[in-house]
Design a protein around this ligand. Structure first.
Ligand code: ADP
Ligand code: MG
Length: 452
């Protein structure tokens, strides 16, 4: 690894991204405070980290059976899945991804739901299940205030979505109506859930001690098992005989009230200003795949303007917003020590030819700075949840392209969490296979059996 200190100009820019142990401990403390505000009846309304109750009390028993449709909406891909739960070891998943035109993400809500209904209908016809009554679990990964398992009000859009006429509405009803307007399939939406919840539930299906679901993909968020007695926004929090409830923290919004300003950099502020949701999702914008590449790009551009990198080289592309993809970071950090094959390739794609070894080492060090900070922030979040639950040995189910594909992300999390926990708890990080689909089916199965 090329030390960033070898490059004074880059080091100057990167320094504020390098979180100290003390800063990390402070982040854990501050997040804990925000989470308690989200949970509390008197504080929830003004809380920034909303900690939405999910109405999911039980982790799967392993006895769930049946065929369910699942939808996964809330990031880069939109997918329809047919999930068959037959025995402990046997979960059959058939899925199809659909490309969503950019205009759908920022157009009228009705067009979005009509499109989803159309994809569902096509999928059911292809699978010959259009004549059957199919229960559906809807993985909808945006901040939703859940009124029940099958009722959820969208409170804000995130991650590049901004469809009119949806905030404040029950999205289950909007989709159910779109399905009924077509009238060509018999689908009943029985549950709405967040992708974090799907990830936790799906992971718990195999790993009994799973207590946290984490996403580090287009966005970042986590959910965890809270004692029902602490979920004050739940009507029955004092009387329920269920000991636990999954809480969707919506930690992406952490810092929207300024409590992370002590670690935010000028680059974070620029990313925020050029986003379609300024002043929102502060924590997420420091962490997730939608923004990491852009942070790297902004740093490179500044260094070019100072004449500290790519001297006398030209590139149009590097000046284009969002042009530096987060997958580039993974590729560059996958280069063998002392080699820059992937880096050269990517620079070539950006029209930068003839970069020196030094330039490429510098780019690699910048990538490391951004991915390390992301992993450190996520580590703070996870440690906060582990402490909150007072868990002594817990598994964490994780999904998302950043965790899945970045070559060092897993190890960065393990190292930083171990450091922060100082031996107070054991933990295990597990990649969740298809959490959104399998988790949606498991929750749909619970919901469908409750209805009977
Ligand atoms: P989501 O369901 O949140 O959209 P995914 O889990 O499908 O996310 O991950 C997609 C996101 O992951 C992309 O938006 C991108 O930011 C990031 N990503 C994709 N490929 C890579 C990669 N090779 N390395 C790091 N991040 C990646
Ligand atoms: Mg996803």
């Amino acid at each position: 690894m090329a030390a960033i200190t070898q490059f004074p100009a880059a080091f100057e820019i990167c320094k504020p991204f390098m979180l100290t142990d003390q800063q990390m401990q402070e982040i854990v403390v501050r997040l804990n405070k925000e989470i308690n505000m989200g949970l509390g009846r008197d504080t929830h309304a003004r809380a920034v980290v909303k900690c939405y109750i999910t109405h999911v009390h039980d982790l799967p028993s392993g006895n769930e059976r049946g065929r369910f449709l699942a939808l996964d909406l809330g990031g880069t891909n939109f997918r329809v899945l047919l999930v068959t739960l037959s025995s402990d070891s046997d979960v059959d998943i058939l899925s199809k991804s659909y490309v969503m035109d950019k205009s759908l993400l920022v157009g009228p809500g009705r067009a979005l739901f009509d499109f989803i209904a159309e994809c569902l209908s096509n999928f059911c016809k292809e699978q010959n299940i259009d004549k059957e009554e199919m229960p559906l679990g809807f993985t909808f990964s945006f901040p939703v205030q859940q009124i029940g398992l099958d009722k959820g009000i969208l409170t804000s859009w995130t991650k590049g979505f901004k469809c009119e006429g949806v905030i404040g509405k029950n999205v289950v009803e909007l989709l159910q109506h779109a399905i009924e307007r077509r009238g060509d399939v018999k689908i009943k939406i029985v549950a709405i859930l967040n992708d974090t919840t799907g990830t936790l539930v799906s992971c718990a299906y195999k790993q009994r001690n799973c207590r946290i679901g984490l996403i580090v993909g287009t966005g970042s968020n986590a959910c965890y098992m809270e004692r029902t007695g602490n979920t004050e926004m739940y009507e029955g929090y004092q009387t329920s005989n269920k000991p636990n409830m999954i809480v969707n923290t919506e930690w992406g919004a952490f810092g929207d009230n300024g409590v992370l300003d002590f670690v935010r950099t000028s680059y974070d502020k620029r990313i925020d200003q050029e986003s379609i949701n300024p002043h929102k999702q502060t924590f997420e914008k420091c962490i997730s795949g939608m923004y990491m590449g852009e942070l790297v790009r902004l740093i490179i551009v500044d260094l070019m303007e100072q004449g500290a990198i790519f001297k006398n080289l030209k590139s149009q592309s590097i000046y284009e917003k969002w042009r530096f993809e987060t997958s580039f970071i993974s590729e560059i950090e996958s280069d063998e020590p002392g080699h820059h094959r992937n880096c050269a390739n990517i620079l070539d794609q950006l029209g930068i030819r003839g970069a020196t070894d030094n330039d490429m080492q510098c780019v690699q060090a910048i990538c490391e700075t951004i991915s390390t900070r992301s992993a450190k922030l996520v580590s703070c979040g996870l440690v906060c949840l582990i402490n909150k639950m007072n868990a002594k040995d817990c598994a964490i189910g994780i999904d998302g392209g950043v965790y899945r594909f970045h070559p060092k992300y897993h190890d960065l999390l393990v190292d930083n969490m171990t450091k922060l926990l100082r031996g107070s708890a054991k933990f295990e990080l597990l990649l969740s296979e298809d959490g959104s689909g399998r988790g949606a089916a498991l929750i749909a199965s619970v919901a469908a059996s409750r209805k009977k």
